[in-house]
Design a protein around this ligand. Structure first.
Ligand code: NAP
Length: 172
C-alpha cells in the first residue's frame, strides 16, 4: 500500500497559525487540490486532535475510508460509521498494516504533527506532499515535532496558484 503524508504549511514550516486549531490559512487553491487529491486515495488516517479540529467543517463522504487514531475510541461511538469512519486506538504502524491487509491500495496520512512525526519516525511514509503557502507565522505546530533527521528526495514541484507551491518528496 502506498502511504502519503499530506499537509499544508506556512513557508516557515507551521501546520497551524500560532495557537489556533485548523489550517484556516490554506488558500482556496490548496483546498481545491486537497479535495481533489483525497479522491485518488481509498483510505485516510488522521490523529484525534486533527479530527476534532476539522469535524465541524469536514463533510464525511463514503470514500475514502477514514480512520481516526485516538486513545478513546469509545468516546466516538455515535460518530463512527461502519465502512466509512472508524476510530481506533492503535500505533500508526499497526493501523497501516491492517489497512494494507484489508486490501486498501492508497492511504493518505493527513496529520497533524504528532501523527506525522510518529509515522515518519516509524518509516511508514512513502511520500510527503507539502503545500507551502506564502505566509510566515514564527509560532504554531511544526510539521514535525522534536528532534528528527529524515532524508527525503524531491519528486516534483508544481504551482497550485500564483503564490502557492506543492512540493512532493519521497522518503530516501
Ligand atoms: N496544516 C495541516 O495540513 C494540518 C493537517 C492536520 C492537522 N492540522 C492541525 O494540527 C492540529 C492537530 O495536530 P496535533 O499534532 O496536535 O495532533 P494529531 O497528530 O492530529 O493527533 C494527535 C492525537 O492522535 C491520537 N493518537 C496519535 N497517536 C496515537 C496512537 N498511537 N494511539 C492512539 N491515539 C493516537 C491521540 O488522540 P486523542 O487525543 O483523541 O487520544 C493524539 O492526541 C490541529 O489544530 C489540526 O487542525 C493541520
Amino acid at each position: 500500500m502506498l502511504t502519503v503524508g499530506i499537509a499544508v504549511m506556512s513557508l516557515d514550516g507551521c501546520l497551524t497559525r500560532h495557537g489556533e486549531e485548523g489550517a484556516g490559512f490554506a488558500s482556496r487553491e490548496d483546498q481545491h487540490f486537497f479535495a481533489e487529491t483525497l479522491g485518488t486515495f481509498d483510505c485516510m488516517v488522521m490523529g484525534g486532535a486533527g479530527y476534532r479540529a476539522s469535524r465541524a467543517r469536514a463533510r464525511v463522504t463514503p470514500a475514502p475510508f477514514r480512520v481516526v487514531l485516538t486513545r478513546e475510541p469509545e468516546a466516538y461511538t455515535a460518530e463512527a460509521q461502519a465502512g466509512v469512519l472508524e476510530f481506533r486506538s492503535d500505533e500508526p504502524a499497526e493501523t497501516i498494516r491492517d489497512l494494507a491487509r484489508r486490501g486498501f491500495a492508497r492511504c493518505a496520512l493527513v496529520g497533524g504533527a504528532r501523527l506525522l512525526t510518529a509515522s515518519v519516525k516509524a518509516g511508514l511514509l512513502d511520500e510527503l506532499w507539502l503545500t507551502v503557502e506564502p505566509v510566515a507565522f514564527g509560532s504554531g505546530l511544526r510539521l514535525f515535532e522534536g528532534r528528527v533527521e529524515i532524508p527525503f528526495e524531491l519528486v516534483g514541484v508544481e504551482s497550485l496558484g500564483r503564490h502557492t507551491l506543492l512540493i512532493r518528496y519521497r522518503t530516501a
